[in-house]
Design a protein around this ligand. Structure first.
Ligand SMILES: Cc1cc2nc3c(=O)[nH]c(=O)nc-3n(C[C@H](O)[C@H](O)[C@H](O)COP(=O)(O)O)c2cc1C
Length: 340
């Protein structure tokens, strides 16, 4: 159930948007539900710090998701989300559809506060079942034209990720994408792609978004499940260290540039259509990179913010640092405005 502001004991903050009020969170900082990387430890740390943590359930079984939710709830009673990859790997794959139904049912039965759909929106039936339990449903979209469709499907909020972001991306940069979607929908929108600090949070709010959804910055936290080599690589590379490749899944995906991306850049004719490339190549390469730390041959999603990240730190501290920086910027802007 979504907590009210009173129930959450939330703090007053200039950053608190209507969406924060609705979800019962203190700050408009949403942690992306990244497959393999965002497990209960990370989600719990972010939620406990006043943001919205999100378990990335991609690649989990229903039983594992049940356990992850229980473990998160043993750490914090704050609101959190579960990310489910509704479109993965294929709408025509009956086995896959059954798996997604079961994952969604786990989240609904557990009455998680928020369900976030990735790579496609949930069916109307799932949305209705979630709403019957008071669950807030958000959908990740990549273009303004998807906003109306998501609204028709009954979702309560949107997340849009620009081309700078890690993982699957479209062609439009965040600074253009976000205002275009704000103009196209009445649903609350959370901005994603390229956010790593308080400057980005203020920028997102100025564009009309009600929060930021960060992936790459949260990989480089103590609680993320990513291999230490993966975290260190993000710290080491600069803003040019990532590239968009179809090698991971057949769809455009921003990854750390390495031997894996070079291979698929030079052999594009071998890339299978989505989702066959993901099954045959992306999944094993993800395990190589994210779990085993093979930074040469692994498929390691990361965004251009890698060049802005210089340190691995605790997730709760990261949330507090972003809030403090954003408050400072808003204070300065307020002073400028007062001076005319
Ligand atoms: C390692 C990694 C894994 C991701 N896995 C998922 C996923 O399972 N589901 C999803 O909806 N988005 C996933 N994404 C995309 C994020 O949700 C988000 O849109 C993106 O990270 C935002 O850009 P940023 O990396 O610049 O913060 C992933 C991103 C990364 C970096």
């Amino acid at each position: 159930m979504v907590a009210t502001a009173e129930q959450s004991g939330s703090k007053m903050s200039a950053l608190r948007t209507p969406l924060c009020e609705k979800l019962g969170i203190d700050y408009p900082i949403f942690q992306a539900g990244m497959g393999y990387v965002a497990r209960y430890e990370l989600a719990a740390a972010v939620s406990a710090a006043g943001g919205l943590g999100c378990i990335g359930s991609g690649y989990m079984t229903p039983d594992v998701l049940v356990e992850e939710i229980a473990k998160l709830r043993a750490i914090t009673d704050r609101p959190f989300g579960v990310n489910i990859l509704f479109g993965r790997p294929s709408q025509q794959d009956n086995k896959h559809d059954a798996h997604i139904e079961r994952m969604a049912q786990v989240a609904i039965d557990a009455e998680v506060p928020v369900i976030v759909s990735g790579l496609g929106s949930p069916s109307r039936e799932i949305v209705d079942k979630a709403h019957a339990k008071g669950i807030f449903v958000m959908s990740v979209i990549g273009a303004a034209r998807h906003a109306a469709k998501a609204a028709e499907g009954g979702v309560d909020g949107l997340i849009a990720s620009g081309q700078e972001g890690g993982g699957h991306v479209g062609k439009i940069g965040t600074a253009v994408l976000i205002p275009s979607i704000v103009d196209a929908t009445d649903l609350p929108l959370v901005a994603a792609g390229g956010f790593a600090d308080g400057r980005g949070l203020v920028m997102a709010l100025a564009m009309g978004a009600q929060g930021i959804w960060m992936g790459t910055r949260f990989i480089t936290t103590d609680e993320s499940y990513a291999h230490a080599n993966y975290k260190q690589k993000i710290v080491d590379i600069d803003i040019t260290g990532t590239t968009v490749s179809r090698g991971h899944s057949g769809k455009t995906c921003r990854l750390i540039e390495n031997d894996f991306t070079h291979y698929w850049d030079t052999n594009p004719e071998e890339i299978l259509p989505f989702p066959r490339q993901l099954k045959a190549v992306g999944e094993p390469a993800s395990i190589a990179g994210r779990e085993n730390g093979d930074m040469a041959n692994g498929s390691c999603p990361a965004g251009q913010t890698s060049g802005l990240i210089h340190q691995v730190k605790p997730a709760g501290q990261l949330v507090q640092d972003i809030v403090a920086e954003a408050h400072g910027i808003i204070g300065n802007l307020t002073t400028m405005a007062a001076q005319g």
